[in-house]
Design a binder for this molecule. Structure first.
Ligand SMILES: [Fe+2]
Length: 177
């Protein structure tokens, strides 16, 4: 059993992705998100932010993609980490990184267990944003990221809501820099 309070090292986290057969492209994406998330976090100077949690959380945020690439990968990722005894703050990062986070209504719409999956902690917010700013291994803007989704799915309510939410998160984080 892994100690519930202690974060795994960067190496151990990356090894876990490999062990669970998270695809190579996803692993590359995750490293890129970690880089982006740390870049954002370094600029935050008006409050404390847990850089280790951000780095390890970003590496593990897509671990659920070992099982599915659907929206459920967020919930599955959380479950994988909880079952293995990792800190619940890491599991929460997986569960809240989808789009701009999901509220109960969004969760119901996506056939996920009906509850909020909204990024609350600073670390959850930083990783959710860094993920939106990273398409594969490429840096993009929120605008570009959502335009791609809009052209694929249309300007759906859930995407519009998510875009506003992530823009608010970006503003909030900027105000802490
Ligand atoms: Fe993801």
């Amino acid at each position: 059993m892994v100690n519930q309070e202690i974060l795994p090292s960067k190496e151990a986290a990356f090894e876990l992705l490999k062990k669970l057969k998270v695809p190579y492209q996803v692993r590359r994406h995750s490293l890129k998100v970690a880089e982006k998330a740390l870049e954002i976090a370094y600029k935050i100077n008006k409050t404390d932010v847990d850089l280790d949690l951000i780095e390890i959380g970003a590496i593990l945020h897509d671990i659920g993609r070992a099982q599915t690439h659907g929206f459920k990968h967020a919930i599955i990722g959380g479950r994988i980490l909880r079952e293995r005894g990792y800190p619940s703050k890491l599991a929460r990062i997986c569960e809240t990184h989808i789009l701009g986070g999901l509220d109960k209504e969004d969760a119901r719409f996506l056939n996920l267990p009906e509850k909020d999956y909204l990024p609350n902690s600073l670390e959850e917010k930083v990783i959710c944003l860094a993920d939106k700013l990273t398409a594969g291994t490429k840096e993009v803007t929120i605008e570009q990221r959502f335009q791609k989704w809009f052209s694929k799915y249309g300007k759906t309510k859930i995407l519009m809501k998510s875009k506003r939410r992530i823009e608010k998160i970006q503003e909030e984080l900027s105000s802490l820099m």
